[in-house]
Each structure stands twice: as C-alpha cells, then as structure tokens.
Unconditional design. Structure first.
Length: 153
C-alpha cells in the first residue's frame, strides 16, 4: 500500500456521508486491512458525534438567556451598590445630627434632672433613650425607603 492510498482513504473518511457505493466499499475494504486508517476513522466519527451531541453553541435562545443573566447580575450589583450608598448616607446623617444635638441635649437633660431632683442615672437613661430612638427611626425609614426605591427602579 502506498502513502497515497492512506491519504485517499482519509479524504473519504473526512467526506463522511455522500460517498458513492464504490467509494464506500473501497474504503471499507481499506479499513479492514489498515489499522491506522481504522483508528483515524474512529477518531473522525467520534469528533462528528461529539459535535452533533453538543447543544448548539450558537443557539440564539441560549445566547439571549446568557445575555439576560449577565444583565440581571449587573443590575443586581447596581442595586446593592445603591442600597449600600443609602445606608452609608443614613449613617452619616445620623452621626452628624447626633454630633450636633448631643451636647445640647446632654445639657438640657442634666438641667432637667437637677430641676426635677432625680438621680444622674435616671436623667442619663432618659437622655440615652431620647438620643437613640430618633436615630433608630431615621435609619429604619431610610433603609425602607432605599429598599422601596431599588425595588421600583
Ligand atoms: Zn490506510
């Protein structure tokens, strides 16, 4: 057998379907006696089978679904960032207002405590409640507003 015979056989294998009866019987005869070309044919058939069994990679529905998933993920990221920003602003706002009002409130409560004749612990507890309650309300409101906004956006 010459080298050309093997090359011809492999060309026929590459063509796959669409061979004439004569070509097919010649190829079968060659494969029966040539192990190298038989392996080549098996490998080629394996590749063809693998390609056929693949879900169509360029299927437009698959591409669309992937794009949608990517876009959804991006918008989720943006929402998370916006929510974090709102939480940050809420904390900043509460902190600023606390810094401004705490010294005034502290003096006011101390004065009221003295005036009412209650112990230091009592007016300090009252101050803590008075100070913490609005901060809690404000942050809850801001968080709820942030959630509402991002859900609609
Ligand atoms: Zn051969």
């Amino acid at each position: 057998m010459t080298r050309d015979t093997h090359e011809e056989a492999r060309e026929l294998i590459a063509l796959g379907e669409g061979l004439s009866d004569a070509q097919q019987s010649w190829l079968r005869a060659h494969l029966d006696e040539c192990e190298a070309c038989r392996h080549y044919a098996e490998a080629a058939n394996g590749v063809v089978r693998a390609l056929r069994s693949l879900p169509l990679a360029a299927d437009s529905r698959l591409v669309r679904a992937t794009q949608m998933r990517v876009r959804f993920h991006a918008s989720r990221l943006r929402e998370t960032r916006e929510r974090l920003w709102l939480v940050g602003m809420a904390c900043l706002g509460v902190g600023l207002s606390a810094t401004l009002t705490v010294p005034i409130l502290w003096r006011l409560f101390a004065w009221m405590g003295e005036w009412a004749g209650v112990s230091t612990v009592v007016w300090q507890s009252g101050f803590m409640f008075f100070f913490i309650a609005p901060a809690l309300v404000v942050s809850v409101l801001l968080l709820a507003r942030g959630t509402h906004m991002t859900n609609n956006g």
